[in-house]
Design a protein around this ligand. Structure first.
Ligand code: HH2
Length: 388
């Protein structure tokens, strides 16, 4: 079995290594013990067995390697020079580190460049639907929809995400003609009028194609390019940016007892495969964003684990978009059944998400979440400056 590596932490990082052979573990142990890797005033790197995995029996325990980025780079260079260790291990280690520490993401959306490294960006939600879980019916007509999009742009939205089909739990698929009827005139108007890029929230490649012709610069696909076999080609051929989101099941059945062995590992694997599907079809990797998909085939606990361990998704090397806005998991924790009253809970999820690496927030309450993002950015930036 190939070694599998995971990373987390800031300052001192922790890399979890699964599937190491006992020989590889012994070599790594010797290398770590025999070198402080230029630790200086920092603690020396540490290599140990992860406790919660040692009772597993036949499967070797997960090992954990800790150290600051400089130390870990030195360790991987020592590993690369050791013939007993497969070269893939140190290569994976280097790319894991590079991805995890990367923050200079810039997404070119048909000439409108989103500099995600400079600050957290806000994607304002425009649901042109009669039945969305939070704002269904409010923007179903053209005039209120246009006014809301303009308001969100004025309030600080960096992207307007337009969706014609609700994907709330239990929702049935909508016919393509109706979805197009709802969104295309708005996309035409708003992409011509607003300075911010327009994103289309659809999993249908035929709808995405027409939306791009109408001016959309981003495809936001809740199925991560899986529901429409042609979606990756449409994105590749048109050169637009794409959000690859994780879902388990379909909107209709996704909340019927979703089960995972390892929710973070499985969601990451799905997103990684989605990135490979896109790149294979010819999509520029630099135009891909990833999203763990809050509420899409996840229990309350799954959503909380994902948010708590969001930093691990940075290992995929693509900017993270988060969509916790007003969702049920927030209502469940707070005991608030009305989605519009979940704004403070959304703010908590947004602030913590940014601290753990989210670069784009998909939200209903643009003005308030733009403030939360600005304040959280200021705190997070300060921490980074002090560490340097
Ligand atoms: N959530 C919803 C829809 N699209 N796209 C991304 N990338 N991430 C999300 O979390 C996400 C999404 C569901 O929320 P909403 O659009 O407000 O509701 P509805 O599907 O009922 O229209």
């Amino acid at each position: 079995m190939e070694p599998v590596l995971r990373i987390s932490g800031h300052g001192a990082l922790a890399i979890t290594l699964n599937n190491l052979t006992s020989g590889q573990t012994a070599v790594l142990d010797t290398i770590v013990r025999s070198s402080d890797c230029g630790a200086g005033s920092d603690p020396a790197p540490f290599f140990f067995s992860s406790e919660h995995n040692t009772a597993a029996g036949e499967t070797p325990p997960a090992m954990v390697l800790t150290g600051n980025p400089g130390q870990l780079r030195i360790l991987f260079s020592l590993l690369a020079a050791d013939h007993r260790i497969p070269p893939s291990l140190s290569q994976k280690g280097y790319s894991l580190l590079d991805n995890y520490l990367r923050s200079d993401y810039k997404i070119d959306c048909r000439g409108k460049v989103l500099d995600l490294g400079s600050r957290t960006h806000v994607m304002g939600i425009l649901n042109v639907t009669p039945d969305s879980f939070s704002d269904g019916g409010r923007y179903a007509d053209a005039e209120p929809a246009l006014a809301h999009a303009r308001d969100m742009a004025a309030a600080g939205a960096d992207i307007i995400d337009i969706g014609g089909e609700s994907t709330r739990p239990g929702a049935a698929p909508l016919a393509q003609e109706e979805e197009l009827r709802r969104i295309i005139p708005l996309i035409e108007r708003l992409s011509a009028e607003l300075r911010v890029p327009i994103s289309v929230d659809t999993y249908k490649s035929s709808v995405a194609k027409k939306a791009i012709e109408a001016g959309a610069a981003i495809v936001n696909d809740i199925s991560g390019l899986r529901f429409s076999p042609d979606m990756a080609n449409v994105v590749a051929d048109t050169g637009v940016a794409v959000v690859i989101m994780h879902i388990k099941g379909t909107p209709r059945d996704m909340q019927q007892n979703p089960v995972y062995d390892d929710v973070v590992g499985e969601v990451m694997a799905y997103l990684e495969e989605g990135i490979e599907i896109a790149v294979k079809a010819g999509v520029d990797r630099e135009k891909i964003l990833i999203d763990p998909g809050f509420g899409f085939g996840k229990t309350l606990e799954h959503n909380l684990i994902i948010l708590n361990r969001l930093q691990e998704f940075r290992a995929l090397g693509r900017p993270i978009l988060l969509g916790p806005s007003r969702k049920k998991f927030i209502g469940t924790v707070l005991g608030i059944p009305v989605p519009e009253q979940r704004v403070d809970g959304t703010a908590a999820a947004v602030a913590l998400g940014i601290e753990r690496g989210a670069r784009v927030l998909r939200v209903h309450d643009v003005a308030r979440m733009a403030q939360v993002a600005k304040m959280t950015d200021a705190i997070v930036k300060q921490k980074t400056v002090n560490r340097d």
